[in-house]
Design a binder for this molecule. Structure first.
Ligand SMILES: O=C1O[C@H](COP(=O)(O)O)[C@@H](O)[C@H](O)[C@H]1O
Length: 266
């Protein structure tokens, strides 16, 4: 149960007193979407990010979810990945595998990690190819608006600079409209080479969650969420606006501390 929840038709803010409460709510949210999607389509196509998000997903490995969630129907993708070996400590795949997949019954063949033996450009191209195959076989739905893949859930973290996935402020890939997956070789946060979903894919998802904790991200959360007028900078997190799907922000009180009109004292 969130300490505070603010909901409009398309966007919800769930603010929690601490990371543990947030983790419980996040697990419940993911479990509910998984159940609905498996009932509707027989599978659950989920794209995740790396970083603190993965630790915050830890409750999924515990009761009751370890028993009630049908992980065998999950198909896993990455909204962004660092182009390093899968065994490298910077790999988002390794982080998720060590903290999550090795603890729940997800099928190895359903885990779609990047090709880590090629350049960033080739890895992005290969990853888009894999996604196209799975759209064709309907493991991933397709958006009727723009033919983009429509993931059941895209999970994003946010950096203190407002980046989401590997879409960083002022980078030209923010405006990529054609490709589903692109690459960068100049990430301001190491490591420099990454692949990332583009905004057309993120914003075509049925559900998008942005999961943010800590005071260092409070200013970016304010800039991303609050109504700051027409001259607002092009902050990546602010550009997360699902065209048909639902957006939920999960925040702890520290990350929510600069939001306007949010009462946190009760
Ligand atoms: O580099 C990255 O950073 C973001 C944010 O990470 P966090 O540890 O501050 O939550 C993450 O969402 C992204 O996947 C990752 O590649």
């Amino acid at each position: 149960m969130a300490l505070s929840a603010y909901k409009t038709d398309r966007r919800e803010l769930r603010i929690h007193e601490n990371a543990d409460d947030l983790s419980c709510d996040l697990a419940e949210y993911i479990a509910e979407l998984s159940e609905a999607s498996i009932k509707d389509r027989g599978v659950f196509a989920i794209a995740m990010s790396g970083g603190s998000l993965i630790t915050l997903m830890r409750k999924l490995c515990e009761a009751p979810y370890i028993k009630t969630v049908d992980f065998s129907k999950w198909y896993i993708f990455w909204a962004d990945e660092r182009v390093v070996a899968k065994s490298h400590s910077d790999s988002n795949y390794k982080l998720a595998k060590d903290s999550l997949f090795s603890k729940v019954p997800i099928l190895h063949s359903h885990v779609h990690s990047i090709n880590d033996t090629v350049t960033a450009e080739q890895a992005a191209e290969d990853y888009e190819f894999v996604i196209r195959q799975l759209v064709r076989t309907r493991v991933i739905s397709v958006s009727e608006v723009n033919d983009c893949p429509k993931f059941d859930l895209v999970l994003l973290g946010m950096g203190p600079d407002g980046h989401v996935a590997s879409l960083f402020p002022n980078h030209s890939v923010l405006n990529e409209k054609e490709q589903w997956v692109t690459f960068i070789t100049d990430s301001p946060k190491p490591p420099p080479e990454r692949i990332t979903f583009t905004f057309p894919v993120i914003n075509s998802a049925s559900n998008v969650a942005v999961v943010v904790t800590g005071g260092s991200k409070a200013e970016a959360a304010h800039m991303a969420i609050d109504d700051i007028g027409p001259d607002s900078p092009e902050l990546p997190a602010r550009m997360v606006q699902p065209s048909e799907g639902k957006l939920v922000w999960f925040l702890d009180t520290a990350a929510a501390s600069k939001l306007e009109g949010v009462k946190l004292s009760e």
